[in-house]
Design a protein around this ligand. Structure first.
Ligand code: KIV
Length: 284
């Protein structure tokens, strides 16, 4: 368990014991077929501090739109939001590779637009790379970015930014046509230079095929244990929401803990038993 000392000049929390060196993109890429990659989302400095010692990758996902901002989808998420949260996660982490999602509308128009957005994200956050959604269509953009020094994590299968085109968040790859298209998408983004690929919400045999056929690590979410790693939204696996999607396993009941703590606090405030003698300042 790490403890943190706050540097008041920079507001940076320094962990004790000293952390290991931060993982690099080549080190993550080299994990293909090896020890599974552990990835969780993080959006805030404190969550980054808590998750960092256990994770290889922290993803500043655009799922922050729903999780942090209560938005109905990821579509309204902006570059400003991603940069602010990305910088917080980099400040709170020392070991994990930090990847920041490119929000909807910040990269699809052209490779030039994608480069300008990615350059802003890397410069303002200190993250090591970006993630973007899309398969064959985005392959030229991925090639453009990687050739210019921007590491790209791709994202295929269920791509939430395309929710309107897909018609919902259901699992993908149930028809032969869709199955073949998603395999082609995964191949295309890997061949274009993506250092890893997120495969989201795809039926298990499809995830296995992708993991077997693609040269870089495939990180699954609602996919298969055969992937080279797994990612979940941290708040989902911590049990912060009542609804748990099928692919999520709850490792804690944080909603219950927070509710219980808030109820105990409210009861003590109403009974005037908080603050007690330990929480008040005595006169000199
Ligand atoms: O935005 C996000 O959190 C993601 C993960 C669920 C892969 O893209």
């Amino acid at each position: 368990m790490s403890t943190f000392t706050i540097d008041t000049a920079t507001s940076r929390a320094h962990p004790t014991p000293a952390p290991m060196k931060r993982l690099t993109v080549p080190a993550v890429r080299a994990r293909k077929g090896g020890e599974p990659l552990v990835m969780l989302t993080a959006y805030t400095v404190r969550m980054a501090q808590l998750l960092d010692p256990h994770c290889d990758i922290l993803l500043v996902g655009d799922s922050l739109g729903q999780v942090i901002y209560g938005l109905p989808s990821t579509l309204p998420v902006t570059l400003d939001m991603m940069c602010a949260h990305g910088a917080a996660v980099v400040r709170g982490s020392y070991h994990a590779l930090v990847i920041v999602d490119m929000p909807f509308g910040s990269y699809e128009a052209s490779p030039d637009q994608a480069f300008a957005s990615a350059a802003r994200i890397l410069a303002e956050t200190g993250a090591a790379g970006v993630k973007l959604e899309g398969g064959e269509t985005m392959a030229p953009t991925i090639a453009f970015l990687t050739a210019r020094g921007v590491p790209v994590m791709a994202h295929v299968g269920l791509t939430p930014q395309s929710v309107n085109a897909l018609g919902g968040y259901g699992a993908r790859g149930r028809t032969n046509e869709e199955h073949s298209r998603i395999v082609a998408d995964a191949r295309a983004v890997a061949e274009a230079g993506a250092f890893s690929v997120v495969a989201e919400g795809v039926i298990e045999p499809l995830a296995r095929t992708i993991a077997a056929e693609v040269a870089c690590p495939v990180i699954g979410i609602g996919a298969s244990a055969a992937c080279d790693g797994q990612v979940l939204v941290a708040e989902d696996m911590l049990g912060l929401f009542e609804r748990t999607p099928r692919f999520v396993k709850r490792y804690a009941d944080m909603a219950g803990m927070i509710g219980d703590a808030a109820a105990a606090y409210a009861a003590e405030v109403r009974a005037r038993t908080f603050p007690g003698p330990d929480q008040v300042y005595a006169p000199k």
